[in-house]
Design a protein around this ligand. Structure first.
Ligand code: KE4
Length: 428
């Protein structure tokens, strides 16, 4: 695989864009080498500027659950663009996608659309603080809720990839209101709540973590958080930017039958266009301007092109009764294949998987939180990443990410991937 043109483009990009990228994790800093520049994509495949075809296991970090350039989404955007691209005024389309999302997801009466997952989580925390009249939040080490100041405290994803969990520019004043807990550790959360009685507005969590690799909640963990929040007047915020409309039609609330107070969305809900959203029952959402005192706004929120893409995506997911089972079956097949070849090649590893989210960790110990996720051998991961790239397979350029399985993947693609992992892991 040649990457001559990508390297040339990266050198040009670095002159006018910080680090040559518009989002740090794309820069390959954790794995070395220069980022791949994409020319186009279709279905399960990326086509880079050097003419290489890559099987895509990142899918724009989640949105492309039905494959790249999914025809109903593409057509919806083309048709809508002909009628104007943005008005800054309400359109019926926003009501249509809002009504569908409210119908698909349990425990929400209203939803507000924004332009990214960060904006959704940031707004959800402000709403929780306004509703409870409390200042503090609990987040979990290794969970990533976007780059808003309150969240860049031991964040996951790109923040941890850079080994700079606490970003400069986040003030002490902000950081003091973010309490840090350990994922899958209820006792730790209990201690924090008792030490900050009546001061905590919300606990925000990735109910299935995807930013320290894929880490499902231990049995009883989410239920324990629910009980503690209810008992202490704390709002439970599920950050379902990754899991929403991916792990089930109704996300993790449906999958585990757990009731969050506020749910955040991104990625899939926009069909690949910039969309985030946050939703809750009327009692909470009616606190939002212009109805209530909590302010939140956005010029391009509910943008017609983004709404058209999101609506086409959600309609397809809502009508396909077996999509989530099909995705889970493909992911289980991939898991079994990877497990077989890595074991045969005497590699030390563990695999986490739930639904269409999966991650490979090069350590034998269970990966259940940020600390155990950090046990993974990054040198082996780098060989894994670049070896697969040479075989035409694109996985996340960081060990602190999950893979996102798309329905566009065929079983031939999965077999090709398993064979490539067999070949690459023989060189470890
Ligand atoms: P965005 O602002 O990037 O749309 O969403 C932030 C966010 C919020 N919550 C969760 C659970 C997320 O995973 C994300 C963003 N995910 C990363 C991938 N791990 C985005 C990739 C990137 O930063 O370029």
């Amino acid at each position: 695989m040649l990457y001559k043109r990508s390297s040339q483009l990266f050198a040009e990009a670095e002159k006018v864009i910080p680090g040559g990228v518009n989002s740090p994790v794309r820069a390959f800093k954790a794995v070395g080498g220069t980022p791949i520049f994409v020319e186009r994509a279709k279905g399960a495949y990326l086509y880079d500027v050097d003419g290489n075809r890559l099987i895509d296991y990142i899918n724009s970090w989640g949105p492309m659950i039905l494959g790249h350039a999914f025809e109903p989404v593409v057509q919806a955007v083309i048709e809508k663009a002909k009628l104007g691209t943005s008005f800054g005024m309400p359109t019926e389309l926003e009501t249509q996608i809002a009504a569908l999302a409210v119908d698909m997801v349990p425990n929400i009466d209203k939803i507000r659309f924004v332009n990214s997952g960060t904006e959704a989580c940031m707004s959800a925390v402000r709403l929780a603080r306004g509703f409870t009249k409390r200042d503090k939040i609990i987040k979990f080490a290794g969970c990533y809720h976007g780059h808003s100041d309150s969240f860049l405290i031991q964040a996951g994803s790109g923040a941890v990839t850079f080994g700079s969990p606490n970003s400069p520019g986040v003030t002490e004043g902000t950081a003091k209101d973010t309490l840090l807990a350990t994922y899958n550790d209820l006792e730790n959360v209990k201690t924090l709540i008792e030490a900050n009685k009546n001061e905590i507005a919300a606990i925000i969590i990735e109910p299935v973590a995807g930013n320290m690799g894929c880490i499902p909640p231990n049995k009883g963990f989410l239920e324990g958080l629910r009980e503690m929040c209810t008992a202490n007047g704390i709002l439970l915020i599920f950050d379902e930017v990754m899991t929403g409309f991916r792990l089930a039609k109704g996300g993790v609330q449906e999958l585990f039958n757990i009731k969050a107070d506020i749910v955040c969305f991104g990625k899939v809900i926009g069909g690949g266009l910039p969309v985030g959203a946050f939703a809750a029952r009327n009692e909470i959402m009616n606190f939002l301007a212009p109805l209530g005192p909590v302010y939140q706004a956005g010029t391009l929120s509910g943008n017609p092109l983004a709404m058209a893409a999101g609506l086409a995506m959600l309609q397809t997911l809502n009508e396909d009764k077996i999509i989530f089972d099909r995705l889970a079956e493909k992911t289980a097949y991939l898991h079994a294949g990877i497990e077989k070849v890595l074991t045969a090649n005497n590699v030390v590893f563990t695999i986490n998987r739930i639904g269409s989210m999966i991650s490979v960790h090069f350590d034998a110990r269970p990966v259940i939180d940020f600390k155990s996720a950090a046990n993974g051998d990054n040198e082996t991961f780098k060989k894994f990443f670049h070896g697969l790239l040479q075989e035409g397979i694109y996985i996340a350029p960081s060990a602190y990410e999950t893979w996102f399985i798309t329905d566009a993947l065929s079983y031939e693609d999965l077999d090709f991937t398993i064979q490539a992992i067999d070949k690459v892991s023989k060189t470890f």
